[in-house]
Design a protein around this ligand. Structure first.
Ligand code: ATP
Length: 336
């Protein structure tokens, strides 16, 4: 299957904060990221805060122009697109953000927020057709009867309802990919599952591919159960493959550490699990990242080679892993 979106050697550098001495260091938010998203696929991007997930999401949606690398949408290099191709790419790749309150204009009704993009992109003509379309969109995302919501303002809805409105706005432009950046982290816990189920439904029924950004492995496992996962550490993908394989037998010590940090409800299973003895719990400073493998200051398996040589993301046992010790790291399994 041809790729819908392909990222080749993407790097993103920001200017860091000024130090007391007036120096400004660079923040390498993404380094040499390669990623392919196929039509209808769900890819979860997981990693700790500050590892570059949001930056990657913004690069994918065209909100950030990468400092290096190329990105292809349906085989075409985005940097060489003409205005109409760029317009099509932008409406085909939609972003749903974490903070639904900030993402909606507080002074606009739900009808206004949803009708503006479809009218602007000529998806419908005239206010009668726009109203019918907005009703249909609201019902698709489970806000029914739609008439109850049309004249409401964002503050009159719950976090879960606002997140549904954002999903309605995203699908209104008939996208091929939705980048959902921590879409449930600000939603009440009791509502999270229903939002994840809604995204799974949109994926199944409309064939929309999802890039699901999260620091929460449990929700990544739930939404992308038959999809793929990219584990991001200090701006690099350190493990990539099918979710089932990554979570049942993680290869990279970082993913092993993330999994051992997830509380297991069954105390018998929890007792059996070996906790990876990390050398440090601190994330390295992004303005002064370690040489060699970025994980080596925390990794219990690190040796001199890890301190000096950056490991490549190579195929190993059906997944891609960036670790010099992939063959020697003990197999870690939830069933072990
Ligand atoms: N516009 C910017 N200017 C300067 N630095 C930035 C900018 N955006 C992001 N960064 C830095 O890039 C790094 C990656 O940030 P990013 O928001 O992508 O991480 P993240 O994994 O999404 O974290 P979180 O889960 O906390 O949102 C961080 O060190 C951040 O401070």
């Amino acid at each position: 299957m041809t790729s819908l979106l392909k990222l080749e050697h993407i790097s993103m550098c920001f200017d860091g904060k000024k130090s007391l001495l007036g120096e400004r260091k660079e923040v390498q938010a993404l380094s040499d990221v390669n990623l392919e998203i196929k039509p209808g696929e769900i890819v979860a991007l997981v990693g700790e805060s500050g590892c570059g997930k949001t930056t990657l999401g913004k690069v994918i949606t065209g909100l950030h122009r990468p400092s290096k690398g190329r990105m292809y949408f349906e085989g075409k290099d985005i940097s060489g697109m003409n205005a109409s191709e760029l317009k099509r790419y932008r409406s085909s790749v939609q972003l749903v953000q974490q903070d639904s309150y900030a993402a909606l204009n507080p002074a606009r009704t739900i009808y206004h927020s949803l009708s503006a993009p479809i009218l602007h992109h000529n998806k419908v003509k005239g206010s009668k057709a726009a109203k019918a379309k907005v009703r249909e969109l609201l019902e698709t995302v489970g806000l029914a009867p739609a008439d109850l919501y049309l004249d409401k303002y964002p503050h009159q809805l719950s976090g879960g309802q606002r997140q549904r409105v954002l999903l309605a706005r995203a699908i209104s432009l008939e996208p091929k990919i939705i980048v959902a950046d921590e879409p449930v982290s600000m939603v009440d816990v009791s509502m999270r599952l229903s939002i994840l189920n809604l995204m799974a439904e949109l994926n199944r029924n409309m064939g929309i591919a999802f890039v699901y950004i999260t620091h929460d492995l449990a929700t990544a496992k739930y939404i992308a159960q038959s999809g793929k996962m990219a584990v991001v550490y200090l701006g690099r993908i350190v493990e990539f493959g099918k979710v089932k394989e990554l979570l049942s037998e993680p290869k990279h010590p970082y993913l092993q550490a993330l999994l051992t940090a997830v509380p297991v409800p069954d105390p018998v299973v929890a007792k059996r699990l070996k906790v990876l003895p990390l050398r440090s719990f601190e994330m390295p400073n992004v303005e002064d990242p370690p040489h060699g493998c970025g994980f080596h200051p925390r990794c219990p398996y690190a040796n001199v080679r890890c301190e000096t040589h950056l490991p490549a993301l190579d195929d190993y046992a059906g997944v891609s892993v960036a670790c010099h010790h992939v063959k020697d790291v003990p197999v870690w399994s939830l069933n072990s």
